[in-house]
Ligand binder design. Structure first.
Ligand code: FUB
Length: 461
């Protein structure tokens, strides 16, 4: 089954028309109305900006079938890591003066601030007449604000052939450009951020066999962390190497994230420190399980060991950020799932962008969803979006399977989806983990608590 043929084109077309400033997302994947990949995250003040690439469906006479098809870039931002704003398209392939306007090759980008300007680095296929000749090269578009508008330079960066740009500025103000083309390359940038200041070098002492790409450099406690996807076995996993200088040499350290268990061939990432917590942004083919060139960005927390090593990140659906009890809580983006008796499925196979549901099959099944913010509490009622073709009972407990029952509902047989509002048995306050369980075959789309008129206040802010 090729999932792209199953999607409803009109829904997809509508989602492409997303307007600037729309809030559309939460949990993993972060973006819920379009494909996104290769997330490059950047902290600006109290907000996180993410510059992903943008996978779209292939169509006849439009790029290469069964391959990446990428025509523009959006930028997204969030101040709470839960609600993400789509600022709209920041660059289109038609607007790159040196680029092939129909190459569909707007692959993994990066963005950095320098002297009050925002420099957006992106790969594209250049025309034969460009300064680097025909083929993949890297250009820069410049803006006064992180959300653009970005104006592309007339020519790509002279002397750079390849993909996956990443820019790092060291404490002394020197900027470095990294990119990949089989190997990982690096060079100093001039102060103008637009030209190489030194000849490119191949970064040494990295694994020599298997594709390496998508470099992402950061510095922590005096060490330079060169992180990159690498095909050690069959598909990409995220690895890192440490060096004492921005251009190495580096020493291989280990794996940040294992290969995708479901076979998504690529992974591509960035790492930020936001308010004292590190986060790994990466991608997976959540909305396109049968075609891994239509991907979706995710984020999970990342931790360091005391000696500076990176603890392996286990990908989660719960992701990052608190979920408000007063917005729809999609329990299918779980923190933990029982081994039997509970499964997650698309609401509609033919349109994955409608999202997922939890299916409780029997009493053994449960789903745990961490970090729901009830503020000061006092919610009197909650709404269940459920379907129970055979009838049954469903409940939510606080903290654990043995925790206090917050709400329990007896459901009559009904094959249709229903929104049922009931008084709660217990009013949680603060940040709580929730456990969903039930008896009978019950499908749950989401739950939401009714905002109390008094006493609402987020503990998280
Ligand atoms: O998104 C296209 C390419 O796939 C990226 O440039 C690579 O890093 C891989 O993620």
């Amino acid at each position: 089954m090729n999932i792209k043929n199953l999607f409803n084109r009109s829904i997809w077309t509508a989602s492409l028309a997303v307007c600037t400033g729309t809030a559309v997302m939460a949990q993993n994947p972060l973006v819920r109305d379009q494909f996104t990949a290769d997330p490059s995250a950047m902290v600006v003040g109290d907000r996180v900006y993410v510059y992903p690439s943008h996978d779209v469906y292939w169509e006849e006479n439009n790029g290469r079938e069964n391959w990446f098809c990428m025509q523009d870039y959006h930028v997204f931002s969030s101040e709470n890591l839960t609600d993400w704003t789509d600022h709209g398209v920041i660059l289109r392939q038609e607007n790159v003066p040196w680029g092939n306007r129909t190459a569909n090759s707007m692959w993994a980008p990066d963005c950095i601030e320098s002297n009050g300007k925002y420099y957006f680095y992106f790969p594209d296929h250049s025309n034969a007449s460009s300064v680097n000749g025909e083929g993949f090269t890297i250009g820069v578009a410049v803006a006064d604000h992180p959300e653009g508008p970005f104006v592309p330079q007339a020519e790509p960066i002279k002397g750079v052939k390849g993909i996956d740009p990443n820019v790092f500025i060291d404490d002394d103000g020197q900027a470095y450009l990294y990119w990949s083309q089989g190997h990982i390359y690096g060079a100093k940038l001039k102060e103008n951020m637009l030209e190489l200041a030194t000849e490119p070098v191949i970064l040494q002492e990295l694994p020599s066999k298997g594709l390496k790409e998508g470099p992402y450099m950061f510095k922590r406690k005096g060490s330079y962390y060169l992180t990159y996807p690498h095909v050690e076995n069959k598909t990409e996993r995220l690895e890192y190497a440490l060096g004492n200088q921005p251009l190495g040499p580096f020493e291989f350290q280990g794996v940040i994230m294992d290969e995708s268990p479901t076979g998504c061939w690529t992974n591509h990432h960035s790492i930020i420190d936001f308010k004292g917590q590190h986060y790994l942004f990466y991608h997976h083919n959540d909305y396109s399980p049968d075609f891994d060139k239509n991907r979706s960005i995710r984020a999970d927390s990342l931790f360091f060991e005391a000696d500076g090593r990176i603890r392996k990140v286990v990908p989660s659906l719960r992701g990052i950020g608190l979920s408000s009890a007063y917005e729809k809580v999609h329990l299918d983006r779980y923190s933990q799932l029982s081994e039997t008796g509970a499964t997650i499925a698309f609401l509609e196979e033919s349109n994955p962008f409608l999202g997922w549901k939890t299916i409780l099959g029997n009493q053994e099944g449960w789903v745990k969803f961490d970090a729901v913010d009830f503020g000061k509490g006092n919610a009197q009622n909650m709404t269940w979006r459920v379907r129970a073709p055979q009838g049954g009972k469903v409940q939510i407990r606080q903290g654990s399977k043995e925790g206090q029952v917050i709400s329990e509902v007896e459901l009559d047989r009904n094959a249709e989806w229903q929104s049922i509002t009931v008084p709660v048995a217990h009013q949680p306050s603060g940040i709580q983990d929730l456990v969903l369980q039930g008896s009978g075959t019950i499908e749950v789309d989401w739950v939401r608590w009714e905002k109390p008129t008094e006493g609402l206040g987020s503990l998280s802010k």
